[in-house]
Design a protein. Structure first.
Length: 148
């Protein structure tokens, strides 16, 4: 168990350093949580999960940490939920499936040639972020609806 925690802490630390983020205890904890729980969490979900082991952690610290991670490109802020921002660790190019009824999010692999359109080359435009979200109904929410 101890080796697993040390290994995930080392992975989180390396990920932060690779994105130019100074690895503090809070930043490592947030990054570790997101690596271990790829559920597109809100800041509140992250806070609730971490505060038991880090009683001095504040919700403001989680928001500030997420802002730093978004600003450095280590994390993407997803605006798929009108109630809460959700966050996603960027491990590989991917899009999202978002259920418009329950709000569940699913990762979908995104090929690099889709992520970087050829039109960008034509206009000398450097793309550093792509946000693709397909909206609809998941199978659980679709259960009561009649297919058209």
């Amino acid at each position: 168990m101890g080796d697993t925690i040390m290994n995930s802490t080392a992975r989180a630390t390396e990920y932060l350093q690779r994105h130019g983020v100074r690895p503090s205890a809070q930043r490592i904890a947030v990054t570790r949580f997101m690596m271990e729980n790829p559920v597109h969490p809100s800041a509140e979900v992250i806070y609730d999960a971490l505060v038991r082991d880090m009683p001095t952690l504040s919700l403001a610290t989680v928001y500030n940490t997420l802002r730093v991670l978004v600003d450095t490109g280590a994390v993407t802020m997803l605006n798929v939920d009108t109630r809460n921002a959700r966050y996603d660790l960027i491990m590989s190019p991917h899009a999202h499936l978002c259920c418009r009824k329950c709000g569940e999010l699913y990762d979908v692999p995104l090929r690099s040639e889709i992520a970087m359109p050829l039109y960008a080359d034509m206009h000398d435009f450097m793309i550093d972020e792509v946000d693709v979200c397909y909206r609809g109904l998941c199978s659980g929410c679709r259960g009561g609806e009649i297919e058209k």
